[in-house]
Design a binder for this molecule. Structure first.
Ligand code: SF4
Length: 482
């Protein structure tokens, strides 16, 4: 009598196999890009995909092992694969446990700049009308402290928030007096009004500075006019001074791409390098505020922006190959999603959307919005994302408002047409405010969406580099692990 069964007895029978959820898209004449339910990618030929879908595979035929390793397949009665996918999905979605970590206080709508792409529709006059009052600020703090997350970030925006610096001081002091939450503070400023008093205050209270830098002087000043035409000079001086007083990692800069930027990405990146900044966030214009009124938004399409982005990313990789660990931050965010299961809280790259669940915005007049872009829309007469008012609403009534629940539930990528079958869905985001602004619908028609075109373009580019350029792929993997 044989003591052991024959080897075939230990093989899974094909009739006991089940497919796990996956999405796929054609990626060439005889090739498909396939993503499992947590977004791991694998490439299959048409013949392989057909055999997989028909379960015409057997242990030892190569495709079985490939599909099993890529979590596209499991034994019908096996739980391990499903449990592993569930654990990974839980980790990826755990940003939902940190409800509303970001609270944006628009302390004034006044600004001394007059940028044609301004997304917030700044005002230049009437302090009493466009500054937030102390009473409004304290009510907004009550709401912020009622959010369940243990750590909140309070970000001051405008207009130019330093035009109402006394109120920033009061809010920071009042927040620190309250107990029960860890606090981070950020001032988003053009730095034109930065002085030693502000820097001293930032140092004492551990306040981070975030500013705008669009590139070399002529480009920046064209984009960001102010009396004296010295926006660039003041921003650069402010960044240098802030790095000196607060530390190199306590000031960051963001750029916005206008039509005039499209041919100049190398110079823009060099400007960031010269200032010793550790990376750049290549950002397109958003369809809000003056960017729409002045028609800046319509001046280039997604394809032009993608060409700009690719050139910029390749320049950043070249800088890395020369030994400088300079990053492109949007790629780094996407790579974290594509190459790890770490949750990222970035509000535009999540589904359910970050509106309200990721951030609340308290406008100067006490109106509360689901996102910064939502308040930008309201400044041009569209109240779709105005959730309520600090005087009449609580945290719960804002978060549970029909408006917010409607926008979030109707924009879930997990079940949206086009997104739910998209190979990039696991790494993308629902952006209801963008789609409402551009298409009048929170869900949006994705084949017509510039957001969608950009997402597909960038993720396709990153995959191409990861698969075909080993030296650059190693750099991208480092960004994902940082
Ligand atoms: S927005 Fe576009 S890229 Fe993103 S999941 Fe939807 S279809 Fe895919």
């Amino acid at each position: 009598m044989a003591r052991f069964r024959c080897p075939e007895s230990f093989s899974a029978a094909t009739e006991d196999l089940s497919l796990l959820p996956f999405n796929f898209e054609r990626a060439g004449a005889n090739q498909y890009l396939v993503a499992n339910m947590v977004g791991d990618f694998v490439r299959l030929s048409e013949e392989e995909l057909n055999r997989l879908v028909d379960l015409q595979i057997r242990p030892g035929d190569g495709l079985y092992e490939k599909a099993y390793a890529a979590h596209l397949l499991t034994g019908t009665n096996q739980k391990a694969q499903r449990q592993l996918l569930a654990a990974r999905l839980r980790s990826r979605m755990s940003f939902l446990q940190q409800t509303t970590p970001l609270h944006i206080f628009v302390v004034t709508l006044r600004c001394e700049h007059s940028c044609p792409y301004c997304q917030v529709s700044r005002q230049s006059t009437d302090r009493s009308r466009f500054d937030m009052s102390q009473q409004t600020a304290m009510r907004a703090l009550d709401i912020a402290f009622a959010s369940p997350t243990a750590r909140i970030k309070i970000e001051f925006q405008g207009g130019e928030p330093l035009l109402n610096f006394p109120l920033i001081r009061k809010i920071v002091a009042a927040a620190k007096q309250r107990s029960g939450k860890k606090l981070d503070f950020v001032i988003a400023s053009n730095l034109a009004l930065l002085d030693d008093t502000v820097l001293e205050f930032c140092k004492e209270n551990n306040v981070l500075l975030s500013t705008s830098l669009d590139g070399p002087a002529d480009l920046h000043n064209k984009n960001r006019p102010r009396p004296g035409a010295n926006s660039h000079e003041l921003a650069v001086a402010g960044i240098r001074r802030a790095r000196e007083i607060l530390g190199p990692d306590r000031v960051g800069a963001l750029m916005t791409t206008t039509e005039a930027s499209l041919d100049r990405v190398d110079e823009i990146i060099d400007e960031y390098l010269q200032l010793g900044l550790d990376g750049i966030f290549l950002r397109p214009l958003s369809p809000f505020g003056f960017a729409i009124k002045t028609k800046q938004f319509a001046k280039y399409d997604a394809q032009k922006w993608l060409a700009f982005y690719e050139r910029g990313l390749r320049r950043v990789l070249e800088i890395n190959r020369q030994g400088n660990p300079f990053r492109e931050f949007y790629a780094a965010l996407l790579l974290t999603r594509m190459l790890s299961d770490r949750p990222i809280g970035y509000v535009d790259l999540r589904s359910p959307a970050g509106a309200g669940l990721g951030a609340l915005v308290y406008n100067y007049d006490g109106s509360v919005f689901a996102s910064d872009e939502g308040r930008m829309l309201a400044e041009t007469g569209d109240d779709a994302f105005r959730l309520g008012h600090v005087e009449h609403d609580s945290y719960n009534s804002l978060i549970l408002s029909d408006k917010l629940i409607g926008a979030i539930s109707s924009s879930l990528t997990q079940c949206a047409p086009e997104c739910s079958t998209c190979v990039y869905e696991s790494h993308c985001g629902a952006d209801p405010v963008y789609h409402h602004a551009t298409q009048g619908d929170a869900l949006g028609i994705k084949p017509l969406s510039a957001f969608c075109a950009r997402q597909k373009g960038i993720m396709g580019l990153l995959l191409d580099i990861l698969e075909n350029s080993p030296e650059d792929a190693a750099i991208l993997r480092r960004w994902a692990a940082a």
